[in-house]
Design a protein around this ligand. Structure first.
Ligand code: DTR
Ligand code: CA
Ligand code: ZN
Ligand code: ZN
Ligand code: ZN
Length: 284
């Protein structure tokens, strides 16, 4: 997989910051900043050759939007999806939650196009609306697939908060094969990981898992406190939250850890390239 340039991911983040600043300070469901963010990302994907779809839904009396981008080619009977929720809470611009995941997924999709990558499996990327209202957008997406469309999705990778300022390196343990891809990546980099325990059902992967689709993903922590043991293995500050600006107005560009963002963006690309091969997993 290509290295994902941190500078490119940060450029998307600052775009999302600008969009929030120009629209009342947030990218929340039902607020103008959200749709502006959808339009920004859609334009880049269209220009890169993706087939994009904006799916509308209603929640709390406001229209919400999911952005789906299909990379032409690959076996559409064997789809690999990666996604991130694009909405923020209304209290701030949501740079870690979840500009970080949105930007990393975007730059990975753009890298696929840049490389002219032709994986065996069909690649699809998603940016979800109204996650903060209760996984509303991703649930709407999965529920509105036919059973055939659902069974064609062999795996969904979720990225929600992947650049916390006091980061941990957590890997979802929902599907062993997906988990292994991420753990092997970090092991090769000498970065220890832990199993994600804070969030079963707390992000968009749950919408897919609830319909029997294998899921995985990465997380750098929210309001839980980093232990001294964790600070020893990861650095950062023991006794402080992984993200003390979680759901706060201080979740700005300054609330993003560059090393975590870079490592997780590269792990994302590694997983898309690795799982994009129609390998039957080999072995016994
Ligand atoms: N609910 C997510 C933040 C969150 C909390 N725990 C986890 C675990 C895995 C992913 C995300 C999260 C939000 O506020 O968007
Ligand atoms: Ca990188
Ligand atoms: Zn951008
Ligand atoms: Zn949140
Ligand atoms: Zn989130």
């Amino acid at each position: 997989a290509p290295d994902i340039p941190l500078s490119a991911v940060k450029a998307h983040l600052s775009d999302l910051q600008s969009i929030a600043s120009a629209n009342g300070g947030n990218r929340a469901h039902g607020r103008p900043g959200y749709k502006a963010a959808v339009d920004h990302i859609k334009a880049k994907l269209d220009a890169a050759g993706y087939t994009t779809t904006v799916q509308q839904f209603t929640s709390n009396g406001s229209t919400g939007y999911n952005l789906i981008a299909d990379w032409p080619g690959g076996d559409t009977g064997n789809v690999l999806m990666a996604g991130a929720h694009l909405d923020s809470v209304s209290s701030g611009p949501g740079m870690n939650d979840n500009g970080s995941g949105s930007a990393a997924v975007l730059e990975t999709a753009l890298a696929v196009a840049r490389e002219g990558h032709q994986p065996d499996r069909h690649l699809r990327f998603g940016w979800w609306g109204a996650e903060e209202l209760g996984l509303v957008g991703s649930n709407h997406y999965v529920r509105n697939l036919t059973s055939t469309q659902r069974s064609a999705i062999g795996g969904y990778l979720n990225f929600d908060m992947i650049a916390s300022p006091n980061p941990g390196y957590f890997v979802y343990d929902d599907d062993p094969a997906i988990e292994k891809v991420f753990k092997d990546f970090f092991a090769a980099k000498g970065v220890p990981t832990e199993i994600e325990t804070e969030g079963d059902g707390r992000s968009d992967h749950a919408s897919f898992k609830n319909h029997g689709i294998p899921v995985g993903g990465l997380f750098t922590g929210a309001s839980r406190t980093k232990s001294s043991a964790q600070a020893q293995k990861w650095g950062g500050t023991a006794g402080r939250a992984f993200d003390s600006c979680y759901h706060s107005s201080c979740d700005t560009l300054a609330n993003v850890d560059d090393t975590a963002l870079d490592r997780n963006s590269d792990a994302l690309a590694h997983a898309v390239w690795t799982l994009g091969a129609a390998d039957d997993g080999g072995g016994g």
